[in-house]
Design a protein around this ligand. Structure first.
Ligand code: OOG
Ligand code: NI
Length: 410
């Protein structure tokens, strides 16, 4: 079999296809992309070192998506599907442990090599419902959630089989590419299938995220996030257009020195039309507000030492006020102190942070919900861990620090 379309090209087509679909579903997303593109062009035109964290072309094309699934089996299918796009699981995030807990455990699927990231850095934050956690789900509800999820089919088995073949071959013939990408994109469309109202409401009472995941028979893209070079400028432009953003930007504060890790902000999507089925079988039109718009700015990746400094700074009531006690003001000092990754230790070549932040993720999840589960009390009696997840999905879950280390010493 001749391989013509490479996995990196399939990934770029997949990201572009999802972007087109999501823009038609959530028009505010197209506005966000338009404003982001303008912010990036303006920033690049006025800052000499604008492209030190990635070319303007990469940054402007860059997106991350978020999806949510109901079981380890479904997560395993996602892992196989994404492997055809050269996207591999990196990192393990337990959002049940966040200050505002959400009943999911997550990983992010993304390219892991520097040249692959440069070709197209598309990544998808993927969460799995933690239905085994008794702090959120009674034994009875857990059994019903698992039965409901076990009976649905998110992906056509032939699509997953095709993905495995493509991953093994490193690509596919051109004539197969379009149809494969279209089928993968469609699997994440918002469904018009009527939702069982009483089941959805029962789950909503436990957690809005549980209802979004296990109250419906399909999965969908929850958001697609463009990357900007100046998130404060973006926030102001969006507000000027009358779009209300969440109260404050998640992640590190704006600082004078090197911007680290990841800053994110979001706005709530409008109510979207969905159909509901009542106990008597009548189907009516209704709305749900579960999807939203998000945007992010990426900075330099921190070493484990830098990360522990970051966690200390963020524990202060006003992180911006104490930032300088934890971080120096220049890349040269950051590199010399071993706080952040730079290629060959050269402060002109920062390694960009490619992952997520659990506190921000939980904050993003919750800030866009009307209500969610109360904080989980008591200890965690489940088996969930990175090793557990890797075993369930049959794929190695990469340690982000190993990957940064490799890039920095290349
Ligand atoms: C995922 C929330 C996390 C991020 O950017 O931190 C996330 C979700 O809402 O499903 O996307
Ligand atoms: Ni996100």
């Amino acid at each position: 079999m001749s391989v013509n379309t490479q996995t990196s090209q399939l990934r770029a087509q997949f990201a572009a296809g999802l972007s087109r679909m999501y823009g038609s579903e959530v028009p505010a997303y197209d506005t966000l992309v338009e404003v982001s593109t303008r912010v990036n062009a303006d920033y690049a035109a006025t800052h000499d070192a604008a492209q030190r964290l990635g070319s303007l072309a990469r940054v402007t094309a860059e997106r991350h998506g978020a999806i949510r699934v109901g079981s380890a089996q479904e997560l395993a299918q996602v892992a196989d599907l994404f492997s055809a796009f050269g996207m591999y699981p990196v990192g393990y995030y337990d959002l049940r442990e966040a200050a505002s807990p959400v009943p999911v455990v997550s990983t992010a699927f993304r390219p892991i090599d520097q040249d692959e990231l440069a070709r197209n850095p598309f990544r998808v934050f993927t969460s799995m419902l933690a239905s085994a956690d008794e702090r959120f789900f009674s034994a009875d509800l857990r059994a019903r959630v698992e039965r409901f999820v076990g009976q649905r089919e998110l992906f056509d088995p032939s699509l997953i089989a095709q993905a495995r073949r493509i991953a093994a071959a490193g690509g596919c013939p051109d004539e197969e590419a379009g149809e494969f990408v279209d089928a993968a994109v469609s699997a994440f469309a918002l469904s018009r299938e009527p939702i069982d109202r009483s089941w959805y409401e029962e789950l909503s009472a436990v957690s809005a995220v549980a209802a979004d995941i296990a109250g419906v028979t399909s999965t969908h893209i929850n958001h697609l996030t463009p990357r900007v070079l100046d998130i404060d400028a973006l926030q102001q432009s969006m507000e000027a257009r009358g779009i209300t953003m969440i109260d404050h930007i998640q992640g590190p504060p704006r600082v004078d020195g090197p911007q680290v890790l990841l800053r994110q902000t979001s706005f709530r999507a409008l109510a979207e039309p969905r159909r509901f089925r009542s106990a008597s079988g009548t189907v009516t039109d209704g709305t749900l507000r579960v999807r939203f718009g998000e945007v992010e700015q990426r900075g330099v990746a921190l070493t484990p030492l830098g990360r522990s400094r970051y966690d200390h700074a963020m524990a202060a009531p006003d992180p911006a006020a104490v930032w300088h006690e934890h971080f120096p003001a220049t890349d040269a000092e950051m590199a010399a102190a071993g706080l952040a990754y730079y290629v060959d230790g050269d402060p002109a070549r920062p390694v960009v942070y490619e992952d997520f932040l659990p506190a921000s993720a939980a904050g993003i999840f919750r800030s866009n919900l009307d209500s969610d589960a109360a904080a989980a009390r008591g200890g965690d009696a489940t088996d969930y861990s990175q090793e557990w997840m890797a075993g369930q999905i049959g794929h190695h879950i990469h340690d982000p620090y190993d990957l940064y280390e490799k890039v920095a010493s290349s």
